[in-house]
Ligand binder design. Structure first.
Ligand code: SF4
Length: 466
């Protein structure tokens, strides 16, 4: 089924409660991130450094990945290569079965959502438990995440209380909607899972080629529990996450928390290198996932997409995301980054409407901590949608007519004359509140500006004649 952004966005626009929840949450995060990024005098230099490191890592990606494999193996870990989502699912299900368990605990990971791991585990008779609070809420509600970092951003605390009461058994009985009570109930519910589960599955924010170190940063501490208590740890990461040197972490450990949640530092920064007797899991597996990333790397304009550190700052400043809501993107990657990454991962035939989910205002580019030029990539992908034949027939026809009209002065003058004449029938207070199809899509939710009596060309000519 294809991802139809306009239809889904219309649903989001009608959901006034969701719009209120989103506006409140994104406004708060925007304020916090703006304050803590402004207080660093070298913030711009850090952004440049982050971008340069990503460029270097991706220019020699093959070398750095092989080095990472060598160092992880040397430290007692195992590396697995997955060309696509199906292969990654098969590897993780097999490893979990080998550990002889029928349940796993999970740390927040967009990559596991990308490969649709949870349904695959359930199908194999293995129950996955999300331990990140927001992910747990989304899992209990049987919904999809609606924000990269705050997957339950569309829900308010009353909705969460009702969910906990319904899903948490004794821990949810008589629960209030006060945040401390909700957190206490979640903690009690999760504690048991941490203690009894043998296998944990995590994503990875970074992996260092030089040392074989893998890292996860988080705010709640649930990740730290998953990374230390179980006997087996399986981590999956997209191949673009590799960093050349251990020192590179110093740049990203500053960029990520400030851009993501407006914190100066993440409360929990976990780094591990292979396995160590008597300390943490005794078995460690790292799954390196391609799943379309090599193809993105081959596109000279769009390859910057792979620089993304999933901070979600672009979502929090995007006027389209704030109004349409995360579910409109039909993907675990939402907002401006979702609008460029999902079509490239899933293909333009399936997700070709997403590059149009933007006003091209440029706010995402302005705030991105690694300076990804998202508007430029959106325009590039729109071009590919048309060139590769995924645009609607009506749109292709309209654009063809427009191209001919704008390329011929006589035809343009005639069209303007006819338009001015025709609009007299439809004009109300200087605007056009209704237009016939296919332009009716525009006037469904806003007026169309009327053609002015004098074109710029006429005005210029008169000015020259004076
Ligand atoms: S594109 Fe930039 S701002 Fe958006 S999530 Fe990625 S790193 Fe953050």
């Amino acid at each position: 089924m294809s991802t139809n952004f306009p239809t889904r966005a219309a649903d989001g626009l009608r959901n006034t409660q969701q719009r209120r929840n989103l506006a409140k949450a994104t406004n708060t995060i925007r304020g916090k991130t703006a304050k803590v990024t402004a207080e660093l005098p070298d913030w711009e230099a850090l952004r440049e450094a982050g971008k340069a490191i990503k460029r270097e890592a991706h220019a020699k990606l093959d070398q750095y990945l092989l080095q990472l494999e060598e160092m992880v193996t040397k430290a007692g870990g195992h590396v697995h290569w997955a060309a696509d989502a199906a292969e990654a699912r098969e590897i993780i299900v097999r490893l979990t079965r080998q550990a002889g368990t029928d349940q796993v605990i999970k740390i927040k990971s967009m990559t596991t959502d990308e490969i649709e791991l949870n349904p695959a585990l359930e199908e194999a008779g293995i129950r996955p438990y999300e331990t990140d609070l927001a992910d747990m809420i989304v899992q209990m509600a049987k919904e999809r995440p609606s924000h990269l970092l705050v997957p339950a951003i569309h829900k308010n605390r009353v909705e969460i209380r009702d969910l906990f009461r319904a899903e948490m058994g004794e821990h949810g009985t008589g629960l209030s909607d006060r945040p401390p009570d909700l957190t206490r109930a979640a903690r009690a519910y999760l504690r048991q899972k941490f203690m009894e589960t043998k296998v944990a599955i995590s994503g990875a924010n970074f992996a260092v080629a030089e040392t074989g170190t893998v890292g996860v940063v988080e705010s709640e501490g649930n990740g730290r529990m998953c990374l230390t208590l179980p006997q087996v740890l399986i981590s999956i990461m997209g191949i673009e996450k590799v960093l050349p040197r251990f020192d590179d972490l110093s740049v990203f450990l500053q960029l990520l928390p400030r851009a993501a949640t407006g914190e100066r530092m993440n409360p929990y920064n976990s780094l591990w290198t292979g396995v160590h007797a008597g300390d943490g899991p005794c078995e460690f597996h790292l799954v390196l996932l391609d799943n379309g990333r090599s193809k993105i790397l081959a596109d000279e304009v769009a390859r910057e997409t792979l620089h993304c550190i999933r901070c979600s700052r672009c979502l929090n400043v995007c006027p389209v995301y704030e109004r349409a809501g995360g579910h409109a993107y039909d993907s675990m990657y939402q907002g401006p980054i979702g609008a460029i990454v999902t079509p490239q991962l899933r293909g333009l035939e399936e997700a070709g409407s997403l590059p149009y989910a933007s006003s091209l205002c440029g706010a995402c580019h302005e705030v991105c901590p690694v300076k990804i030029n998202i508007p430029q990539i959106l325009v590039h992908l729109r071009g590919r949608v048309v060139r590769e034949g995924h645009a609607g027939k009506g749109e292709a026809l309209a654009m063809g007519v427009a191209a001919r009209m704008f390329g011929n002065q006589g035809a343009l003058d005639w069209s303007l004359w006819a338009g001015r004449l025709g609009q007299k029938l439809l004009m109300r207070d200087g605007t056009l509140p209704w237009l016939p199809p296919p332009l009716s899509g525009w006037t469904l939710s806003r007026d169309f500006p009327a053609l002015p009596e004098q074109s710029f060309r006429d005005w210029w000519q008169k000015r020259e004649d004076k």
